[in-house]
Design a protein around this ligand. Structure first.
Ligand code: GP9
Length: 415
């Protein structure tokens, strides 16, 4: 059952690259990761009848490293897959979610790595603790403490849980009192389909978009954006912001390319539009004092969040076993999706599952079709990435690749 162990060990050995210029420059800083429910790139920076949909994210982008070619890599585990990708730098499963199927596997996620380095590690999400099996998965990831809806004053409710704005206000208060250094992940919730709720303010002049799915969606994104603004301003006021690396990204799309109203705001014409429209997400990394702000145009994925944070904090790469790359150091690598599709700076490979048409290989900058054989190496790369990561999870390979974390030896039956 451990047949893939040699391949996995060789993979991680070969991937250790020399440290880049930003390695360790943020050593000892706090880390705040904000995962935004259903926020896709097509909503960000948009103006609707003169009103900006994401004024707070737009302002934050000016003082952040931004990744205009960032993609969501989630599979059937949707929001939980985004947490896995960003926190553990592992790919989603082919079917089902690691959070529910493999929560008792030995993993090697960033919270565990940072805990060993003396960090307090907390997750905050204002839903019931067993949603997506988080109460069982978070200890596996290395979180010490999970603040769920039980830990907040849970009013008003929007959609599945506490309003994002009230959530971040209370989360910011907790962060200001946490012993430092800390690694905190906040997962927002209000911007969840169907994007209508009596407690959700109607903040945008939607005009022709009124009553469409896209109109409701943009209005709802506007609310989550207000929560981002409230969080950043509170962190700024308490001084936490300039002692922290702040990472903000979207988990997955909220509307598809066929949602009502899309034709009024977007005409996604490319053959790979399920990637370019539905998979593109905002991804920002703000360093203290807005250092190194500016766009970094190479393809980036949620998988790259943990290695980027680890690199900035100066974590030695050989202790972490991540699959992604540091977005501030490592050369570009293709972004791989759970169905085997992939995007490199030059090419887009659409796997048979992800094809949505007859085309398999496109030029990345233009979307023009090219002979399928040009994508063979990219397809092989994607298949290998998924095979090794899934073997690590399904065959529990980290039990053999890593020492048991404290307290796990007995409880988890480590060999
Ligand atoms: C639930 C929230 C939503 O707590 O994270 O998950 P989703 O339905 O988007 O996967």
């Amino acid at each position: 059952a451990r047949s893939s162990l040699p391949e996995a060990i060789a993979y991680h050995r070969a991937r250790t690259v020399p440290a880049g210029p930003l390695h360790g420059t943020q050593r000892g800083k706090d880390v705040i990761v904000v995962q935004l429910e259903s926020v896709q790139a097509s909503a960000v920076g948009r103006i609707v009848n003169g009103a900006p949909v994401t004024p707070s994210l737009d302002r934050l982008a000016h003082e952040s490293l931004t990744f205009p070619e960032a993609f969501s890599q989630v599979g059937q585990g949707t929001t939980s897959d985004a947490e896995l990708l960003a926190g553990c730098s592992l790919y989603p499963l082919e079917t089902g979610a690691v959070f529910t199927e493999r929560y008792d596997a030995r993993l090697r996620c960033l919270p565990e790595v940072l805990r060993e380095a003396g960090y307090r590690t907390v997750a905050m999400h204002a839903n019931w603790p067993n949603f997506w099996n988080r109460d069982r998965m978070y200890p596996t990831m290395g979180y010490e403490r999970f603040f769920s809806i039980r830990d907040f004053d849970a009013s008003p409710v929007i959609g599945l849980g506490l309003s994002d704005v009230r959530f971040v206000e209370q989360a910011a208060e907790r962060l200001a009192t946490l012993p430092e250094p800390f690694y905190a992940v906040l997962v927002t919730l209000s911007n969840h389909a169907p994007f209508v709720d009596p407690n959700l303010p109607r903040a945008l002049p939607l005009g022709a978009l009124e009553g469409t799915m896209v109109g409701d969606y943009l209005n709802s994104v506007r609310f989550t954006d207000a929560a981002v603004g409230a969080l950043v301003e509170r962190l700024r006021a308490t001084g936490v912001l300039d002692r922290s690396i702040l990472v903000v990204y979207g988990d997955h799309n909220g509307v598809s390319r066929t949602a009502s109203g899309t034709e009024l705001v977007d005409v996604p014409a490319r053959a790979d539009r399920w990637l370019t429209y539905e998979r593109r997400i905002p991804l920002l990394v703000r360093l203290p004092a807005g250092a190194h702000a500016g766009p970094r145009p190479a393809p980036a994925g949620q998988l790259d969040v943990a290695p980027t944070v680890a690199d900035l904090l100066g974590v030695p790469p050989e202790t972490s076993f991540f699959h992604g790359r540091s977005l501030v150091s490592d050369p570009p690598r293709p972004v791989v999706f759970p169905d085997g599709s992939a995007v490199s700076p030059e090419l887009v490979y659409l796997s048979p599952e992800g094809r949505w048409g007859p085309l398999a290989c496109l030029e990345a900058p233009t979307g023009a079709p090219v002979p399928p054989a040009r994508c063979d190496a990219l397809a092989d790369h994607a298949a290998r990435e998924l095979r090794i990561s899934r073997a690590e999870v399904n065959q529990d390979l980290f039990r053999w690749m890593l020492p048991a974390p404290p307290g796990m030896l007995h409880a988890r039956g480590h060999p």
